[in-house]
Write a protein that binds this ligand. Sequence first.
Ligand code: R5P
Length: 321
Amino acid sequence: MLSNDVMKLIHKFISFLKQILIWCNYMFLLPLSGTPQSLVNSLRNYCNLSLAEKLHKRFPDGEQYIRITSDMRNKIIIVVQSLYPEQDSKLVELYLALEALEGLNLTDVELVIPYMAYSRQDKRFLAGEPMSVKAVYMPLRLFNLRKILALDLHSPKIPEVIGLAIQNILPHTYMVKKVGIEVDFILAPDKGALHRARILAENIGKPFDYLEKYRDRITGEINVSIRELDVKNLRIAIVDDIVSTGGTLAKAAQILYDLGASKVYAVVTHALISEKTIQTLSASGLDMLITTNSILHPEALPKWIQVTDVGELLCSELKSL
Ligand code: R5P
């Protein structure tokens, strides 16, 4: 067994070597079409990465074609692909790119997935259903990926389900600090989000709890029940991974206002929102929705929706790996 000091020295040496590779222009970023341009720009700036060139087109029958046109021999490449929207075509593009890289004699391939589609179906809720996350991501095991980094996986169990090591980055503390809101209490809208609430609460030194949520798996209807919560005159941050219809957040916000909360903020990593979601959240009276640029958003969002750039956060994780 190597002692801690020797391990530390080895880690220092590896990160020193990585720095040299960056300085020698050996690290490249390959952004695929699901990655928002704002995220590509900040990853390049913060990590000082060159851009790998590619050709990406569709054949007349709809099939995709990709060709990496930069010379990638002996280089390290970081592929970044957000899988929304269209989830299916972004997945195919990712797999085509990873297979193309296999033939290019690279030193290393690392993968960043800011938004991982199909991750909510991580178990069989009803008989006859697939574990979608397993079906969709198990093929990643075919590729020689040195690291996979994901932003706020729906469940920390996903790496185990897929059978791959994935570094899961939770951005809520970063988001709260970036936007600069003051909060007194952290709340998870259901038990599954409790780990997010706990980490944010520990990082900013505030109490936390969770609500009980029940979703009817047939109709999709959501019920959120009140547990004993004293939130009178408090500023609450609800933390979650995804907002989609807005049903979960709207119900939670209504309960909290009824209990006398003075402000309710939602700190949610991936906002897969439509016009209808915006209406639902606006009607709930939510003070602010803070989200990230893990996916592309429409340019004109209401002022109460704040999008934080997570390029710096992802980059610091990439450097530390
Ligand atoms: C569910 O377990 C997720 O963490 C989110 O709470 C859910 O996806 C939110 O969906 P919606 O906005 O449709 O209620």
